[in-house]
Design a protein around this ligand. Structure first.
Ligand SMILES: CC(C)(COP(=O)(O)OP(=O)(O)OC[C@H]1O[C@@H](n2cnc3c(N)ncnc32)[C@H](O)[C@@H]1OP(=O)(O)O)[C@@H](O)C(=O)NCCC(=O)NCCS
Length: 208
């Protein structure tokens, strides 16, 4: 049955181009994942906070390599875009920012992230999340980027607020964690007219 509404992002439009590398304030770079990042990803998942909030551990470098292969494949299948957040000078891994669950017809995606313990507390994650979101909304035709976190994850809520994601509500008991069910806070940024030459940081309204 034919759809009556044209898709927000035509199929094939994203995969027709390469996944970009995006600079982030604070000497960081968002670049596509490399298989050689596997050892650093395995090490990142030794962190109890990453294990707690992402509900996984990595038992081997081979397992981490498998995740990276899956992240890489999502660009070609137009289902997601996953970046390594690295020190622009040394290429040391500082974190991960991903857009996942692409719904190209509606022009929506979900953002996810973590930073390694030694990179925390410098505003890197909110900066990187804002860069990725601006790219999605203003370069690639997405209309809405959603961000969800457990209501118990206050650091993640701070990232959402600092990256300009407006709180939209709470999904009760939506996630099953190791310690039981968690309420989930939903935030979003929605596309607005392109920001001006000042760079247009996140608007107070949460518009992109
Ligand atoms: C949440 C997370 C991505 C924040 O990244 P970040 O680059 O440190 O972001 P910020 O520097 O803006 O810090 C965000 C908040 O973390 C807390 N924080 C600050 N320094 C910190 C440190 N050294 N260690 C841990 N948390 C710290 C503060 O609450 C801060 O908010 P504030 O700036 O209003 O005080 C990071 O702590 C992390 O990876 N946590 C574990 C995994 C996780 O929670 N992922 C998100 C799942 S939804």
């Amino acid at each position: 049955m034919p759809y009556l509404v044209a898709p927000a992002i035509p199929a094939g439009a994203l995969a027709a181009t390469g996944q970009p590398t995006l600079p982030v304030a604070g000497g960081a770079l968002l670049r596509p994942w490399l298989l050689t990042d596997a050892a650093a990803v395995r090490e990142a998942f030794e962190d109890p906070a990453i294990q707690r909030w992402h509900m996984r551990r990595a038992d081997s470098v081979a397992e981490a390599r498998g995740w990276i292969e899956a992240w890489q494949s999502e660009w070609a299948s137009e289902t997601g875009a996953h970046w390594a957040l690295v020190d622009a000078e040394s290429d040391t891994l500082w974190g991960r920012v991903a857009l996942k669950s692409f719904a190209l017809r509606d022009g929506t995606a979900e953002i996810a992230y973590w930073t390694v313990p030694s990179a925390r507390g410098r505003g890197l994650c909110p900066g990187a999340a804002a860069v990725v979101t601006r790219w999605a909304l203003h370069e690639r035709g997405f209309h809405r980027v959603e961000l969800e976190h457990s209501t118990a994850n206050h650091a993640s809520c701070r990232v959402a607020v600092k990256a300009g994601f407006v709180a939209e509500g709470i999904r009760r008991g939506a996630w099953l964690h190791a310690d039981g069910r968690h309420d989930v806070h939903l935030h979003a940024r929605v596309r607005s007219p392109r920001p001006g030459p000042s760079g247009g940081g996140p608007a107070a309204t949460g518009a992109g």
